[in-house]
Design a protein around this ligand. Sequence first.
Ligand SMILES: [Zn+2]
Length: 330
Amino acid sequence: MKSLVKNLVETAAPSGFEKPIRDLILAEIGVSSTDQQIDALGNLIIRKGTRTPTGKRIMLAAHMDEIGVMASFIDEKGFIRFTNLGGVFPVHCVGSRVKFLNGVEGVIGMDKLDKPGLPTLSQLFIDVGAASRAACPIKIGDAAVFERPFAVLGEQWVAKSLDDRIGVAILIETFKQLKETPHEVYFVFSVQEEVGTRGATTAAYGIDPDLGLSVDVTRTGDTPKGIMMEVALGKGPAIKVRDSGMISDPQLVQALSAIAEKSSIPYQLEVLEAGTTDARAIQLARSGVPSGCVSIPCRYVHSPSEMVNEKDVYNTVNLLVKFLSESLPF
Ligand SMILES: [Zn+2]
């Protein structure tokens, strides 16, 4: 799974430009065209299983897009001002390298600040080494992602875009390992999550599921002077109870917890005070869908060096495979 994750995180695909990741997933999964669909927004939807009388139609979602930047203005000297695609924080930007989708690399620099402190995004620029606007190989609207190779630090994996390529990898692996299911399961690799769960919104409308589950990263409280949050790396998948956009269906939280306990899979309960996932969009689809989320604990979310624990990754796959293999008690 490690090499799959490396391939996924080192592919550039910011919100709205997900095709390279979608192609990679299709090559990896290789299903027949009758079981797969790419919808109008670009979501990749793959179906597995037929619903039995005790089964449900379940939508699983992991988003393909990653945060990035987009060129918004180029000055006469060839320096590029940019806007964000998703939650880009200036604190992570200065000195970072970005790579545009046409292959051009750049460095993020900043204006001289009047007061000490953090710059705003509008005080930052990308330097692609061009001598002038005319020589700049970037045009307005070109998108870029942060550039950082995959690294293994002991038990932890570090990369940009683990949010949510780790979820994508987990869905791929779950798809491969799931042999028997009473459910009709839709594996949705969604677009444009980082700009407001847009892909999951239309995918959920189209699928009309009985139950929704997103697989995404969550923050942790296990770093020095970190946030007050129980979730930590290495303690298992986090079953979301709530985040700032959604309260999970309590029966689903209970069912996931019970399966983890029965299968001796370590797990944590998650209360996230800032942020949400595709599950919010699924929950609010049509006349409402009971929904929840299985999160992978992740340090430094939305930085170019996000960190997850490999055992958490494998345990998340185990939990999902077990969950999908059984009928639900509700
Ligand atoms: Zn995410």
